[in-house]
Ligand binder design. Sequence first.
Ligand SMILES: [Zn+2]
Length: 451
Amino acid sequence: MTHAFFAPPATGRYALRNARAPRCLIDTPDAGALAPAGDGDLVAIDLQVADGRVEAIAPGGSFAADHGPDLDASLVLPGFVDVHTHLDKGHIWPRQANATGDGAGAAAATQRDRTANWHAEDVRRRMDFALRTAYARGVVAIRTHLDSLAPQASISFPVFREMRARWAGRIDLQVSSIAPLDIFLGDEGVQLADIVAESGGNLGCVTKSQRFPGDPMPPDLDDALARVFQLATERGLDVDLHVDESTDPRARSLIRVARTAIAQRFKGRILCGHCTSLALQTDEFIEETIAACREAGIAIVSLPTVNMYLQDRSTDATRTPRWRGVTVLHELKARGVQVAVAGDNCRDPFYAYGDHDMLDTYTQAVKILHLDHPFGDWIRAASATPAAIMGLPERGVLRAGGPADLMVLRARSYSEMLARHQFDRTVLRAGRAIDTTLPDHRELDDLVMGR
Ligand SMILES: [Zn+2]
């Protein structure tokens, strides 16, 4: 069962006729000449597929009826890209719920579950469930963080490498470590950097120290950050950090990350996630931080569903949350910083919900972050921009010569797309419709239920 509302022809070459797509995702020299159609930046196209790749993107009406199906103005999108996830944590919710629903409850529950349960087979099965779900949703590339405090890194990284090989050609998988910052001041940090390097991963940590758990700006911050960038430079690694995931305005690590990278003339890519407390700073400090990020070449990813879930939560059931939990994404983008949105956690103590669906993440981000009025090119934050951050130029865009890995929606406009869950999408991989039946949550019952 494909749930497809149309079936592409079985022939090697066909055209998707009378389709629409966002102009900002069409990577061809003449995209500017395509005729507007519908709301936002949508344009009318015919998209020709040959041998699993996009052969041509032509103005709507270019191809005769015998070349392929008439999509009646349906949207054609590239497969989306999830640049910040935690596939090692996913789906443990039934056996390890978050008692308080906040960040502290999430960290405590995850630590309990990790030490009790995260053997290789446990991680493997939950990761596989997540990847099959994402694939059915049309996601083409994912970066996952892996909890990396010893001994977990030596369990999870080999599982990741196995899954990356198994999923090659279907989902491009990347990895980043995540651990408390201060481990990089000792031997464990060196060992972790070596595991990351062996795995072709990104060196990552959170800007908090184990030794100063309640301190949003631990006194060893600068020393440890310098060490992270030094270890990354020595091994030729890119850096991917969890930064200032906090509602405490004293959390001001992002500018220190930027200054460290600038001071070391760091040559790799840098991605910083969350950065929520930046939204609580003065306008002057926000501008200063953004300027430093630009100079350091830092890209920023916002995790809107998870931040909104965890932050400004009260144990007082009579208090309503006031805070949206997102960083200053508009300001960052306006100043030329690469910005993305991503899914982050899924059915684990950091987020009780989620389904590895980047189209859903984008639609929720539109509403949480006001990525509308106008829609502009914000859809790139879920597609082309995370692909660029991951160094995957063929992903997240529609281009002649690129893979025909597409989502075809029944929706004809941004309005229709964002109004309704797009669960009837047709997912094409190498030009063919795949089975979009989702894995059943019951598959994991023996792993996560009945404790
Ligand atoms: Zn995260």
